[in-house]
Design a protein around this ligand. Structure first.
Ligand SMILES: Cc1cc2nc3c(=O)[nH]c(=O)nc-3n(C[C@H](O)[C@H](O)[C@H](O)COP(=O)(O)OP(=O)(O)OC[C@H]3O[C@@H](n4cnc5c(N)ncnc54)[C@H](O)[C@@H]3O)c2cc1C
Length: 427
């Protein structure tokens, strides 16, 4: 008898877990709320091409993502590029990659620019994020290594205000350092010629081929973890199933809406998990906004980052870019798409006055990333839970690693390995 596994969520973590478990002695059912798979990494179709809803790129260190992309032969003749980063302040763009550009970065004092260069060198050559204390806050750590001016004028804006909309002294230094350790300003970037959607479609096909079942547009009505029963509606039918093993990959607040009989101390803990939202535009323009900078951080603006996707992969009819607002973007959820387009494009015009937009789409996501604060480890869910047969996976369990496709896939594989170990007596 095979064990029955239900996976909540058909994002990368859920798909990777399903794919692994189907190689072993398990039946797998994925329940996904959206009409499509891939979650945060999903794409939409424009100009006959699949384009990620939100800014996505792959860097050299994303070995697991690259393995999956190769498995589905998606890389094509892709190229790896060292990208250029810039900071946008008061309608002006300042490059910060080379020592010369840094020296001209007038937003900081002369000593501040030197200190920023030294901090960059420290990140590249010396920093070991594993050595940072679990509960140390990002502000204390930055004051020590980046100096006061950089902490206040750069990192407070980029990571506290723009990203999570909380104070720097609430953010985990360890997770922040892991993020910086990815060396995104220094590593090589790519995007597969055939898109990342092919990885999601490939996993879907493999899961179905191996006998797994995937239901999209599914509303979960009730999950009874002690009795191992789940009730959901799909295609106008209400279905009740019993399961042996359940893997949750969906955001914790969504899980808690329909879950019954979790131990109260466990619920009280995971309830503390907060997420930063994101509202973004994916848009096509006639020309590049700027021929040099892939990644432009904006200070004190309604939008926070601009990414020029076509600088990495110039294969679309238009030049494709994204702009996103993270921290504070919940206030934009109540605006219409037209209002968001108007406000965001007006901000972009300050920096790129000649921009001519061919098309533009608005995307919103309530749960873009867990807020990895310095107490995260005290309350966050881990793979195993106090309930027998109930596991977690996905970006809420991957602290202190950076949140990306690589860790989501890795967490799906890891959840499958843990389950296989726990149930190996059985197979
Ligand atoms: C703006 C942005 C930029 C990013 N940039 C990059 C990048 O450049 N490179 C990179 O590698 N990664 C990037 N990422 C991160 C990457 O997309 C994620 O880490 C990864 O896709 C997360 O996968 P997951 O399966 O853990 O979570 P999710 O993708 O969130 O999957 C969870 C799934 O659960 C579903 N779900 C939610 N509620 C329910 C419910 N009630 N019932 C059933 N299903 C439900 C969701 O629809 C979703 O499909 C970015 C993410 C964002 C938001």
């Amino acid at each position: 008898m095979k064990k029955n596994v239900v996976i909540l969520g058909g994002g990368l973590a859920g798909l990777a877990a399903a794919d692994e478990l189907l190689n072993k002695n398990y039946n797998v059912l994925i329940l996904e709320k959206a009409p499509f798979l891939g979650g945060l990494a999903s794409s939409f179709v424009m100009e006959n091409e699949q384009i990620p809803r939100f800014n996505h790129h792959i860097i050299n260190s994303n070995k697991i993502t690259i393995e999956y992309l190769n498995r589905y032969n998606l890389m094509g003749n892709n190229t790896w590029k060292k990208i250029k980063m810039a900071m946008g302040v008061d309608s002006k763009i300042h490059g910060v990659n080379s020592p010369l550009e840094l020296l001209k970065f007038s937003y900081l004092s002369f000593w501040g620019r030197i200190k920023m260069g030294l901090f960059g060198a420290y990140l590249i050559f010396l920093m070991n994020p594993e050595k940072i204390r679990d509960n140390l806050d990002a502000e204390s750590w930055l004051l020590k290594y980046a100096g006061k001016e950089n902490t206040i004028k750069i990192w407070h804006h980029l990571y506290a205000k723009n990203k999570f909309n909380i104070n720097l002294n609430e953010i985990s230094a360890k997770q922040f350092a892991h993020r910086l350790y990815e060396k995104e300003g220094y590593d090589s970037f790519t995007f597969p010629t055939k898109g990342i959607q092919g990885m999601i479609d490939g996993l879907e096909k493999d899961i179905i081929k191996k006998g797994g079942k995937i239901l999209t547009k599914t509303d979960i009505i009730e999950l009874e973890v002690k009795k191992k029963k789940i009730k959901y509606s799909n295609n106008y039918k209400t279905i009740e199933e019993e399961y042996d093993i359940l893997i949750n990959t969906i955001p914790v607040p969504e899980l808690l809406k329909f879950t019954k009989n979790l131990p109260s101390h466990y619920t009280e803990n995971i309830k503390k998990l907060r997420y930063t939202p994101v509202v973004g535009l994916c848009f096509g323009t006639k020309e590049f906004l700027n021929k040099r900078y892939y990644w432009i951080n904006l200070f004190n603006e309604r939008i926070h980052v601009v990414y020029q996707h076509s600088l990495i992969i110039d294969k679309y009819k238009s030049k494709v870019s994204w702009c996103v607002r993270y921290g504070g973007s919940e206030e934009d959820f109540k605006l219409s798409d037209e209002e968001i387009k108007q406000i965001y494009l007006k901000t972009l015009k300050k920096y790129f006055p000649d921009m001519q937009v061919n098309w533009c789409f608005v995307f919103r996501e309530k749960y873009a990333e867990p807020i990895y604060d310095r107490d995260y480890l005290n309350y966050a869910p881990s793979y195993k839970t106090p309930v027998e047969g109930f596991y977690n996976s996905g970006i809420q369990v991957t602290f202190p690693k950076i949140r990306n496709m690589n860790v989501a896939l890795e967490s799906g594989i890891k959840a499958a390995e843990i389950i296989e170990k726990d149930f190996s007596w059985f197979s």
